[in-house]
Design a protein around this ligand. Structure first.
Ligand code: S3P
Length: 431
């Protein structure tokens, strides 16, 4: 039995369970934020089906409503925008605040963006710096480094910008500003990051071009000021949420799970390749452009090394990949992943703490972690703190299924930021 106790903000999970069935995870969170922001800019009504059901996306939707966007079921009517009459609350969403900073920078008004205690610790200079260069006036705490952010938007000018960190949020913020700026905006990235802003700008009719970068071996994105047109979109399912079930199927005994309609486009599905080189029994069946059904079954896993250019494409999956590593044979290392330290929690520290609580030997590294796998059946139940981080909470729940005894996860409420139905799905699929 799995029993949640909402008043105690705690989930109890009994171990030694198998996971079986067909699972449809929520619509992709990254796509959902961008679909809202772009439907808002298009003059007319867009139709968007299957948005993420999490609180993060609900905050971006409320932000759009506060600036004049009208919602009617799946219809989103944009174009007739105005200055918000209140401070915009992004909740726990780093993607929300950074994309909104870019979006608001090109609007001729003042926007104040704030979020929860975790957001107040997330670095914002990475978007403040390029947006200031484009002509926006943006400030925040500690010299513009942390939220709240105060954005005085207006007519911007395009820039030629090389991303100092591999970040789709920063790329997205600059492109969202760039589509309203004078001239041409160029973003150069060395390590490929997720391409949802580019894909959706193209869908909304923007003048955008993506090319390989002959000098750096990365990619160059160019956007010019464009009038956006309404679009129709069926949001694919979120691979970062699918990853929890795929690892669950791999590590829990006698398990077999199929995930439907998962987005597997650029820089999102790199975790599948990692699991496959660990020996995971995974089958991927194409279901259209950049979407696939994924079937995973109980597997004997072996250690691997994760690092370099694959990291931006699996950064959100490292906590749950670390759970897979915990039951693999040998030591798995995660390198070049210093960005983990500035996510919803310091995920180097919180992932290592979660593993320790479940009897796993793991050590933090400045840019990642090392996990000493104990082989199948080596996890034991314990008490885990999510530290308010949805991905730590869900990774711990998956580890707990494959553990002996009972696991208590404190701070379970954080899961609602991205996947409110996760616990019900766990009840349904685990036996
Ligand atoms: C996201 C980009 C990534 C990722 C986050 C979602 C996005 O962050 O970790 O969960 O939707 O652009 P960074 O851009 O900071 O790498």
């Amino acid at each position: 039995m799995t029993t949640g106790d909402p008043s105690a903000d705690r989930l109890l999970v009994q171990g030694g369970r198998s996971v079986r069935g067909v699972v449809r995870v929520p619509g992709d969170k990254s796509v959902s934020h961008r679909a809202l922001l772009l439907a808002a800019l298009a003059e007319g009504t867009s139709v968007v089906h299957g948005l993420s059901t999490g609180q993060d996306v609900a905050h971006t939707r409320a932000a759009m409503a506060a600036m004049g966007v009208r919602f009617d079921g799946e219809q989103i009517t944009g174009g007739d925008l105005h200055e918000p009459g209140q401070v915009i609350d992004v909740g726990n969403s780093g993607t929300g605040i950074r994309l909104l900073a870019g979006w608001c920078a090109a609007r001729p008004w003042l926007t104040i963006l704030q979020g929860d205690a975790s957001i107040a610790r997330r670095p914002m200079d990475r978007v403040v710096e390029p947006l200031t260069r484009m002509g926006a006036a943006i400030d925040g705490r500690v010299g513009g480094r942390f939220p709240p952010l105060v954005v005085r938007g207006g007519q911007l000018r395009g820039i030629d910008y090389e991303l100092p960190v591999a970040s789709a949020q920063v790329k997205g913020a600059v492109l969202l500003a760039g589509v309203g700026a004078d001239g041409e905006t160029i973003v150069r990235e060395r390590a490929p990051s997720r391409v949802h802003t580019e894909e959706l700008l193209a869908l909304a009719g923007a003048d955008i071009e993506v090319m390989p970068d002959p000098d750096q071996g990365g990619r160059v994105v160019r956007v010019r000021r464009s009038r956006l047109t309404p679009f129709t979109l069926d949001v694919p399912c979120d691979p970062s949420q699918a990853a929890f079930w795929i690892v669950a199927a791999c590590i829990a005994p006698d398990s077999d799970v199929t995930l439907e309609r998962v987005y597997v486009g650029p820089a999102r599905a790199a975790f599948l390749a990692v699991l496959q080189r660990m020996g995971a029994d995974i089958e991927v069946t194409d279901r259209g452009v950049n979407t696939a059904d994924i079937r995973a079954r109980t597997s004997a896993l072996r250690a691997t090394s994760v690092g370099g250019e694959e990291v931006p494409g699996l950064i959100d999956e490292i906590p749950v990949l670390a759970v897979a590593a915990a039951v693999a044979e040998g030591t798995t290392t995660f390198r070049d992943a210093g960005e983990l330290r500035v996510k919803e929690s310091d995920r180097v520290t919180t992932t290592v703490a979660m593993l320790h609580a479940l009897g796993v030997s793991a050590e933090p590294r400045p840019d990642g972690l090392a996990v000493r796998g104990g082989g199948a059946g080596s996890l034991r139940g314990g008490q885990v703190d999510s530290h308010g981080d949805h991905r730590i909470a869900m990774s711990a729940a998956i580890a707990a299924l494959g553990a002996t005894g009972e696991t208590a996860i404190d701070g379970w409420g954080a899961v609602a930021t991205s996947y409110p139905g996760f616990e019900e799905e766990l009840q349904r699929c685990a036996s």
